[in-house]
Design a protein around this ligand. Sequence first.
Ligand code: PLP
Length: 451
Amino acid sequence: MINNQALLDSSKNHLWLPFTQMTDYERDPLIIESGEGIILKDINGKEYLDGYSSLWLNVHGHRKKELDEAIKKQLELIAHSTLLGAANVPAIQLAEKLIEITPEKIRRVFYSDSGATSVEIAVKMAYQYWQNLGKERKKKFVTLSNNYHGDTIGAISIGNVDLFHRVYGSLMFESIKAPFPLVYRNPLKDEQEIRDCALSELRTIFHDHHDEIAAITVEPLMQGAGGMNVMPKGYLKGVEELCREFNILLIVDEVATGFGRTGKMFAVEHEDVQPDIMTAAKGITGGYLPIAVTLTTEEIYEAFYGEYEEMKTFFHGHSYTGNQLGCAVALANFKIYDEEKILEQAAKKAEFIKSELETLKHLAHVGDIRQAGLMCGIELVQNKDTGEAYPWIERIGYKATLEMRERGMLTRPLGDVMVFMPPLASTEEQIRKMVEIMADSIKAVTEKEKS
Ligand code: PLP
């Protein structure tokens, strides 16, 4: 029998939670014990709707029978063996499936275990690609303002979330920053003008530095942790065209947007973009086990192909690369996509979410609502007319999510942007309930602050 108080004390004494000021956890601890469908249950039996898909990864809900079974079945064969120099059956089958569902030019799969590692690998591949081709000057990376690619050193070097990254200043390598075409608070009102302006600045950077730029990294269609910002229509395609014109590799980071999150299997499909390198993780195993992939074209792969003495080898790998349990559950995950027509459902649910979120628009402190499929951000502001933000020290976003928790829903804020990314399996009734909880919590917190 677990003693809840002892567990709580132990968590405070021994755990160090990611992205968490531990004093917050000490004041408002939460220990999850189980899950079923899109409901999470804590050690006291309180239930919560999983409004952020357990950090944007859970797709079909928790304890999905087919996924549980796939892991059990694989366990009867083997849990893990290394992929270093030796393939394994589920890793081969999953690679084949991934090639089938990713953009046409993608032909190769390199495994790792988190979004950040998949990005590290993309960076190293792009860098070495040009070295292997003898273009030694092409070593720099272009990245967009507010990009987020994970928390390892390479990923933060091409990331631009000042709050998370500034403390590591001298540890990072320098990348060239280009403006993201932010629509909210932009003095230009026309989205196409905003897009063209950002593309024109990017063109100047590419024009002036193309002989030293290896690649540009983008989060396609919608930026995640950098503020949940949607790209104006045509921007992504414009970036691809500039990459082709100036011979620069296009790396798209689909870690957050991949696997149906934006209503299509991958966000690049919205603009028919063919990346050179693509990263994916999170939803790949339905949110069950840590598998990530860096996917490339055959052209990239060929630059690393040859005899050992040619020194073109990609010297990179991790202990759990291509883990059998993870690959097996990912395969079962994609079977569910086919059988339950998840993408069709996702597109319909996105429309439903859009209409439900309309009800938040009239709230006095909701400044902007941004959405791409089942990926949504709701920005709270002090002054709706001017877009003036709350002083950061007030932590309105954090307070609103605590209020939501109290009312039976979990999510994490990004500053004052409320993240709403429910599992793709959420029903309309559950979506409606979550939007109601968000509305009530936002009102409670913003009204409290006013009085
Ligand atoms: N890239 C993007 C676009 C992400 O949103 C994230 C995580 O949120 C990452 C990379 C990092 O993934 P992970 O947390 O699995 O390392």
